[in-house]
Write a protein that binds this ligand. Structure first.
Ligand code: BG6
Length: 478
């Protein structure tokens, strides 16, 4: 099949996150993260899975990067575990932790792979949670900025692509509203908005420190973007979609890109009495940082449908399909505003995520029109059950998914969007935070199950060979 030609220098990438791959959770001076503690609470993760060993990347990083080189990967997005480099969250760095990432960077560069660092992919140092409630305190924004500066100073000579925060919309809401993520607080909406504001401040401070330390670098964020479609043209549903976009998307995106919260969102939270304290100084800081953002990164998995939701309608607390039992997801929403029913036009994965490549073109178009920034698609992929047969995984379903989404990027590019990079989630199989190890995303299969004890051996899936050809042809062979 004839595919696309991306612009020269396009970064064909793959991604990972520290907690989901590294393991070695207490080795070489690493401090605990909030996830190390949370996974030990019974019932919080699928079959009690944890990242104690994960896929053992901490000990197998060289082998993993050799596989990336064999694939011809142009970019590798990975995250730094904050408590691995600063076990107490602030203060004295752990040089062994820093050396681990330094080696990864050097190995990537040696193999022609552009490293792209995410500073925060959810594993806050537990020490900071214990000391002052983590993101609930403004102090966390300062500690994050100090950590970011340390990383810029140590790695900025070699790493030119940086992402401050991964999916702030997910980890704050899951941490303070649904209690699905640490710190596991339930329906604490005022606290959620305050913690979220503090994350914004941390992001802004890091962005403002960046260009002085890495003058030739680029910095952005990774947002979990599920663009909203109105259920139909009933004005009530169109308005519900507007509310959805304002509260679930622009609440973050406008802050990153305009330095301002969306007006209707602010009005809504003020009316509820839960709008956080935002001083003039904060607003100036957010505004200044928005002007220094070099790209807008987003993770795209699916679009969402919005429909009007009565005051006694669907809530945020419905059941989430974490087992792969198709059809077990509840409709969720915000009472009085919107709910997100399934899209009758789309197929779904076993975890009930809509499969919508057009939504990726749509997402690129919306973001380009609204924010006028280059885009990085920092994650996109298919979570599926895979079977290892005679050392191979025939994941034609994953190839089909990726092909359609890459075609969608081409369309977006033709329509004027400036896309710098595309990262498949994920390079190797890894721990899916709440779904264990059976929800696999990797181009490389890792022999491990929910229980510890697999060989952890790596096997190239069919999608590995397919993506290698996509990269070699710069997207023209799909
Ligand atoms: C994003 C995260 O939410 O999507 C990843 O940045 C995550 O860390 C990925 O693994 C897929 O989500 P899930 O829940 O299927 O693992």
């Amino acid at each position: 099949m004839n595919g696309i030609h991306m612009k020269g220098g396009f970064l064909w990438g793959a991604a990972s996150a520290a907690y989901q791959i590294e393991g070695a959770f207490d080795e070489d001076g690493k401090g605990w993260s909030i996830w190390d503690k949370f996974v030990r609470i019974p019932g919080k993760t699928f079959k009690g899975t944890n990242g104690n060993i994960a896929v053992d990347h901490y000990h197998r990083w060289k082998e993993d990067i050799a596989l990336m080189a064999e694939m011809g990967l142009k970019a590798y997005r990975f995250s730094i575990s904050w408590p691995r480099v600063l076990p107490e969250g602030s203060g004295v760095p752990n040089e062994k932790g820093i050396a681990f990432y330094s080696n990864i960077i050097d190995e990537c560069l040696k193999n022609g792979i552009t490293p792209m660092i995410t500073l925060y992919h959810w594993d806050l140092p537990q020490a900071l949670q214990d000391r002052y409630g983590g993101w609930e305190s403004r102090q966390c924004a300062d500690d994050f900025a100090a950590y970011a500066k340390l990383m810029f100073e140590r790695f900025g000579d070699r790493v030119k692509h940086w992402i401050t925060i991964n999916e702030q919309n997910i980890f704050t809401k899951f941490g303070y509203v649904t209690a699905w993520h640490p710190p596991g607080k339930f329906n604490e909406k005022a606290l959620w908005l305050q913690a979220n504001h503090n994350v914004n401040l941390g992001h802004a401070k890091a962005v403002l420190a960046f260009h002085d330390i890495v003058p030739d670098g680029k910095i952005g964020v990774s947002f979990a973007y599920g663009p909203g479609y109105a259920f139909d043209c009933d004005p009530a549903n169109v308005m519900a979609c507007q509310d959805y976009n304002e509260l679930e998307n622009y609440w973050w995106l406008d802050v990153y890109c305009y330095g301002d919260y969306p007006k209707a969102g602010e009005a809504y939270y003020r009316k509820q009495g839960i709008m956080p304290d935002v001083s003039d100084e904060d607003r100036a800081l957010l505004k200044a940082a928005s002007k220094q953002l070099d790209f807008l990164g987003f993770n795209y998995y699916h679009s969402n449908v919005s429909e009007a939701n009565p005051v006694d309608g669907a809530t945020e607390f419905g059941h989430m399909n974490n087992s792969g039992e198709k059809g077990s997801d509840d409709v969720t929403g915000v009472p009085g505003l919107y709910k997100n029913p399934p899209n009758p036009y789309l197929r779904t994965t076993d975890w009930d995520w809509a499969i919508d490549p057009v939504g990726l073109t749509y997402a690129c178009r919306v973001l380009t029109s609204r924010y006028h920034l280059p885009l990085v698609i920092s994650e996109n992929g298919l979570g599926a059950f895979d079977t290892l047969e005679d050392g191979r995984v025939h994941d034609s379903y994953r190839i089909g998914y990726l092909r359609e989404h890459i075609e969608a990027i081409e369309t977006a590019q033709e329509q004027g969007c400036n896309i710098l990079a595309y990262c498949v989630w994920s390079f190797t199989d890894l721990l899916s935070w709440l779904n264990g190890y059976q929800k696999r995303y990797g181009l490389v299969y890792v022999d491990r199950e929910e229980e510890e004890g697999g060989s952890l051996k790596r096997y190239k899936k069919d999608s590995f060979y397919w993506y290698r050809q996509v990269i070699q042809s710069n997207g023209s062979v799909l």
